[in-house]
Structure formats: C-alpha cells, structure tokens
Design a protein around this ligand. Structure first.
Ligand code: FES
Ligand code: FES
Length: 211
C-alpha cells in the first residue's frame, strides 16, 4: 500500500473507532436514562454497599463534656456528625458543613475548631467540649447568661457556635475592643444579623459584668 493510502486507511480506522466509541457511550447513556427507577435505585444501593465496605469502622475514644466514649466510626466521618448522630449532642449545629459559617464550633483540648472540618478519628483521646458541656448543672456559663441578657440571638441557629467561639475568644486574649471582637468572631456567621448584641454580650463577659 502506498504511503498516501496507508495514511487514509489509518485516518478512517481512527474515525471509525471514535465513532464506534461514541455510539457505544450514547447507547449506554440512553439505556440508563430509560431504565426504570427501580433499576437505578438497585444500582445505587449496590454502589452504597460497596462504598461502605471500603470505609470499615475504626475504634476511637473521645472525652466529650467530661464523659469518655469508646466508639466505632468510619474514617471519613466528621466530629460534627459523630457528636450529632452518634452521641445525640445536637446543640452543635450543622450550617454549611464546609468550614464557612462557624455554627459547628466546639472546643478540642481547649481550642475552638469547626467540627465539620475535623475527622473524628483524628481526635483520638482528645477532650471535646460542646455547648451542652458549658453549664454547670443548672448554672449557665457567664457567656450563656450574657447572650440572654443582651438578646444576642434571633432564630438561635448560630448561637451555640457563637457562644463557644466567644468563650474561646476571651481565653485567647482577643476580646480587647469591639473591632478586635468583630475580627476574631468573623468566622461565625449570623444570618439574623445579631452581631451588635453578640459583641455586647462578649464585652460584658470580658469586663465581668455579665450578671
Ligand atoms: Fe461547620 Fe459551617 S457547619 S463551619
Ligand atoms: Fe439566627 Fe444567628 S440568630 S443565624
């Protein structure tokens, strides 16, 4: 075969191969689109089971609000989900689930973190404090008292995160002025716009006037 014919033949093969692949893929997509919902659901369930097999549970021990818990968790599970789903500590809220709103703020070994960004297994042996662990029995934490006194919330969804952040903020030494409080509380979003009253509450606790 001449060089020209060879080139023509390989171009045709390539084109035919590409066309064949395209037709195959199109038929597959059409078949899936036309499959009854039950078939699609069964395929999804199978996929979920396979995924669950990949993520085998691992043992982890956490001390939450002074109580030790030995748990079995999948390595992909966040501290937020473990607190809410396994330990029923639903005071810690899920807002964005991606580190942008601060609703899930808890203390780990005394430091505030977004629990939606922390895998449970990385907290092995650590001490976690949630909003449920702030009060001493019937006696509210001064920051909780101050939020009530200053009406530092409206719908309340962000409030547990705001309070946990506010407590940590004072401990960090970052509550010395209104601009500083606003700056260091900027990771905690309040869609109701209760910011001025949140700042007042934090300033009150900082100045020891909360009661
Ligand atoms: Fe964690 Fe929004 S839920 S930062
Ligand atoms: Fe509603 Fe803050 S009180 S989001």
């Amino acid at each position: 075969m001449s060089r020209k014919n060879q080139d023509k033949s390989s171009t045709e093969n390539l084109t035919n191969g590409t066309r064949r692949n395209f037709l195959k893929q199109s038929s597959l997509i059409t078949a899936l689109a036309l499959a009854p919902a039950t078939v699609v659901k069964a395929a999804e369930n199978q996929w979920d089971e396979k995924l669950a097999d990949v993520f085998e549970k691992m043992p982890v021990t956490l001390e939450v609000n002074g109580v030790k818990h030995s748990l079995q968790v999948e390595p992909r599970v966040t501290l937020l989900d473990t607190l809410r789903e396994q330990l029923n500590l639903t005071g810690t809220k899920k807002g964005c689930d991606r580190g942008q709103c601060g609703a899930c703020t808890v203390h780990v070994d005394g430091v505030r973190i977004n629990s939606c960004l922390s895998l449970t297994i990385t907290n092995q042996g650590k001490k976690i404090t949630t909003i449920e662990g702030l009060a001493k029995g019937d006696e509210l934490h001064p920051m909780q008292e101050a939020f009530i006194k200053h009406d530092g919330f409206q719908c309340g969804y962000c409030t547990s995160g705001q309070i946990m952040s506010g407590v940590a903020l004072i401990k960090e030494g970052h509550a010395n002025s209104e601009p500083e409080i606003r700056e260091f509380m900027s990771g905690n979003i309040c869609r109701c716009g209760a910011y001025p009253r949140i700042v007042n509450a934090i300033q009150d606790v900082k100045n020891g006037n909360q009661s």
